[in-house]
Write a protein that binds this ligand. Structure first.
Ligand code: GDP
Length: 304
């Protein structure tokens, strides 16, 4: 229910546009397909994923010339679900990490303002509520505000945080965090990293150094490199995904601010284009407003 509420705006917008596009039309013709293409692009599905979807629908039209517009919803739904299935495994609804990996280390990357700190706070809350022992690491040492904000979340959630002064070496903070996590027998470690826009080489070097140093303490760390993207920024989110995936091995995505956007399509386009699963979605500013991404629910919310 929460998800439906959060995505209401995207749903209404996408759905009403789609309804308008087929109004007065009984079968799927070129005009309907052109309109559909425009709607998908304007919903931030992205050009290449949009073309993929249109092509698939054209194929179905080719095999059934009298394909009715009332069937379009169903077909579109199937195609989008199919695309999401290629990268997103699940119908999971609970926050969990593999039992056999301790500590499970999540390194969080993304540019400033996308909701990185908030996501870490919400995630810490969920893991703690699920019974995990959580430690946070403030390795975004570039801005004093980033350390302060993470401290506020740590206090709010009631989990320990490892930090140093602003300007200290992020890798050193990550090292300390893992050492502390191991000595406390923690289950989950969430490491914040600097979100300034570096050039590609700078970003690559910094993230790979943080990783290397972490591995001195926990050899298989990080278990997850999570890129946080702001779902309301459309093309920017695609651009950031491009930069970060070029700089490091991103293994999961969190897409935030899906409550305030008419453009939830970014979830479909990004997971398809980058072949990286969306793990969590942010649907508000509150501590409870993070959900495990469930593709079935997501598609439902678009096409109910
Ligand atoms: P950071 O710079 O990436 O660490 O970004 P912050 O975590 O400080 O978040 C920036 C702003 O986005 C804050 O005002 C957050 O409350 C807000 N924010 C984060 N996630 C969400 C979300 O899912 N929905 C909404 N509406 N706002 C969010």
């Amino acid at each position: 229910q929460n998800l439906d509420k959060g995505l209401e705006q995207s749903k209404t917008s996408f759905f009403s546009k789609l309804t308008k596009a087929v109004a007065g039309k009984s079968k799927v013709d070129d005009e309907v397909l052109d309109n559909l293409e425009e709607i998908l692009v304007s919903s931030d599905v992205g050009v290449s994923t949009t073309l993929k979807i249109i092509e698939r629908i054209e194929k179905r039209v080719a095999s059934d010339k009298y394909l009715g517009t009332e069937e379009l919803n169903k077909i579109l739904r199937e195609e989008i679900a199919g695309l999401l299935s290629e990268t997103n495994s699940g119908q999971e609804t609970v926050f969990s990490v593999p039992k056999d990996t301790k500590p499970y280390v999540i390194m969080v990357v993304g540019v400033n303002g996308v909701g990185k700190t908030t996501t870490i706070g919400k995630l810490a809350h969920q893991f703690k509520s699920a019974g995990y022992k959580v430690v946070l690491g403030a390795a975004d040492t570039f801005r004093a505000a980033a350390i302060d904000q993470l401290q506020i979340w740590a206090d709010r959630v009631g989990v320990p945080i490892v930090k140093q002064q602003m300007g200290s070496d992020p890798a050193s903070v990550a090292f300390d965090t893992l050492q502390s996590a191991v000595s406390q027998n923690a289950d989950v470690v969430i490491i914040d990293t600097a979100g300034r826009l570096h050039n590609k080489i700078g970003l690559m070097n910094e993230l790979s150094k943080v990783k290397k140093v972490m591995q001195k303490v926990v050899p298989d760390a990080p278990n997850d490199v999570m890129l946080v993207l702001d779902g309301s920024t459309g093309q920017n989110a695609f651009e950031q995904a491009k930069q970060f995936t070029a700089a490091t091995d991103v293994t999961s995505l969190t897409i935030t601010k899906l409550d305030g956007t008419a453009k939830g399509g970014v979830v479909i386009g990004i997971s398809d284009q980058f072949q990286i699963p969306v793990k969590y979605i942010g649907v508000g500013e509150g501590i409870e407003h993070l959900q495990v991404f469930n593709k079935v629910e997501f598609v439902d919310s678009f096409f109910k």
